[in-house]
Design a protein around this ligand. Sequence first.
Ligand code: GDP
Length: 328
Amino acid sequence: KRRKRLSLEEYKSGILSGDRVGLSRAITLVESTLDSDNELAAQLIDEIYEHTGNSFRVGITGVPGVGKSTFIESFGKHVIDSGKKLAVLTIDPSSQKTGGSILGDKTRMETLSRSSNAFIRPSPSGDALGGVAHKTRETMLLCEAAGYDFIIIETVGVGQSETAVKNMVDFFLLLMLAGAGDELQGIKKGIMEMADAIAINKADGENVEPAKKAKKEYQNALHLFPANENGWNPKVKTCSAIKDDGLSEILELLEQFHKEQNETGFFDENRKDQAIHWMHQTIHHFLKRNFYKSPEILEKLSKFEAEVRNGTKHSVQAARTLLNQYYN
Ligand code: GDP
């Protein structure tokens, strides 16, 4: 598909004017895999950087079916009613493998998407997860510059993308279900450990009591993790996304976190740690990308793979030879 190329100034003013079309165009530029677009996108991020950072960034994760889109649809309304402009970005790792997406095949967040104070954007597909995470982070910056002051980054909680999201948000919310075992839910201990809060969703009808029981169990489980250095004790809540039950309490909890962390200075501290993390991530990403794009390497790669397979070279030997060639 062809798209009109705008100048840096046009992209910039499109974003800063708060116009959704302008924002969408800029995101498309950031998502592009063309080198020439990447260069312009990097300049654009530089240009708008001073207008970023003024949002509360929230990651939401949970396995498919836990109710993420229903939750965000209902919760997002509370966010907007509190006077915020909300951007929802989704990272869906499944879309990279299959080309189709778990998220994409349903009409998601229909009501929310009609609100003039909400902006919803799925992640690009077809790139490595590291690349998607970068693009999501840059998209988040664009949204902030466009005036969105509450950002939700949604991931399908299957393990790969959670760490990347944890490293770009201020608050990480894990959605769970009562009754299904942790293993069934594909939730690894490591993901629970990242959570600032766990919300047990679908606490309605016959599920109310099991949800309360699960809440106690998770509270106990969270006590076993080492304390956070920011002084925040992860909380467990129950909610019903479909009945809009317990969601305003969850928003209050997030606001309490925001306020407390600002007062203690840990909010900024965390942002600074993340900035350093992203510096290194960016270095890793580009080193790797350039290596695998280099013609000398591409030319030899399959030969080396064959040699490793048939045992004429061992893995480390092959890797070192290629690396030496790349750097010489
Ligand atoms: P996602 O895959 O995590 O985004 O989950 P969805 O939001 O698509 O929800 C999966 C299914 O669970 C849908 O059929 C929803 O209607 C249902 N669901 C979501 N939230 C609730 C809830 O709070 N209570 C009940 N009973 N069902 C819910």
